[in-house]
Write a protein that binds this ligand. Structure first.
Ligand code: MN
Length: 226
């Protein structure tokens, strides 16, 4: 595990993202349960970053559609560079033009438990089973590698919920859109940091009143064009 790629991609004089302990990667010093975090990230494309603490860093996957509680739904998860442990608490905005520029929300946070005795062997095999103890995500999950193995391209995995009492068909990304840390929506996080509120808001669920307005406006436009 190394943070070399993470640091190479970022300019810490411009980005508020954590640089991480220069001696990091030495393992879980506190001996407490490893953490997991899901960060909702309104970058060029809205996506969810799924991160698992392992050997002193956060293993990271970009999940375009976010996690699904429905075991019949497989969510694409592209493995990206390891992130520093401190990143789990990062909520704010990355300046435009910087790597990952946009608003970041801590959508869910908690601890995780591997369901296999050897996590490194499971990762190498491309089949990692684990239990999440979060505020939104709970129960048993699996990450299965599908492509990119043995090549230089980014490995592609699938994030899938296992069948258990936490599995259901509710679209949790839609029903629980707020930060697990601050209770804020993306637009509220952007506002607090003086950044582009409108752009961040495109990652939030549309308010019911906004939808009505749009429909009315559309009807009026259609009427006037006749
Ligand atoms: Mn991201």
């Amino acid at each position: 595990m190394s943070l070399k790629t993470y640091r190479e991609k970022r300019n810490f004089r411009i980005s508020p993202e954590p640089q991480g302990d220069p001696n990091g990667g030495a393992g879980n010093k506190s001996g407490s349960a490893p953490i997991f975090v899901v960060q909702k990230h309104r970058a060029t494309q809205l996506h969810y970053d799924f991160r698992l603490e392992h050997n002193g860093t956060l293993l990271s996957w970009a999940v375009p559609k976010g996690p699904s509680l429905d075991p019949s739904v497989k969510r694409l998860a592209m493995q990206v560079e390891d992130h520093p442990i401190e990143y789990a608490q990062f909520e704010g905005t990355i300046p435009k033009g910087e790597y990952g520029g946009g608003t970041v929300m801590v959508w869910d946070i908690g601890t995780w438990t591997p369901e296999q005795p050897d996590v490194d062997a499971a990762l190498k095999k491309g089949d990692l089973k684990f239990t999440l103890h979060g505020k939104k995500l709970r129960g048993s999950w699996v990450l299965v590698r599908t492509r990119g193995f043995g090549s230089s391209s980014k490995p592609t995995w699938l994030l899938i919920k296992h069948r258990d009492k936490y599995a259901c068909e509710v679209d949790i990304t839609a029903t629980k859109p707020k930060s697990a840390l601050s209770g804020k929506l993306l637009a509220e996080i952007a506002k607090a940091h003086g950044e582009d509120v409108e752009e961040a808001a495109t990652g939030d669920p549309a308010p019911a009143s906004g939808k009505t307005k749009k429909k009315t406006a559309g009807k009026k436009a259609a009427a006037s064009s006749r």
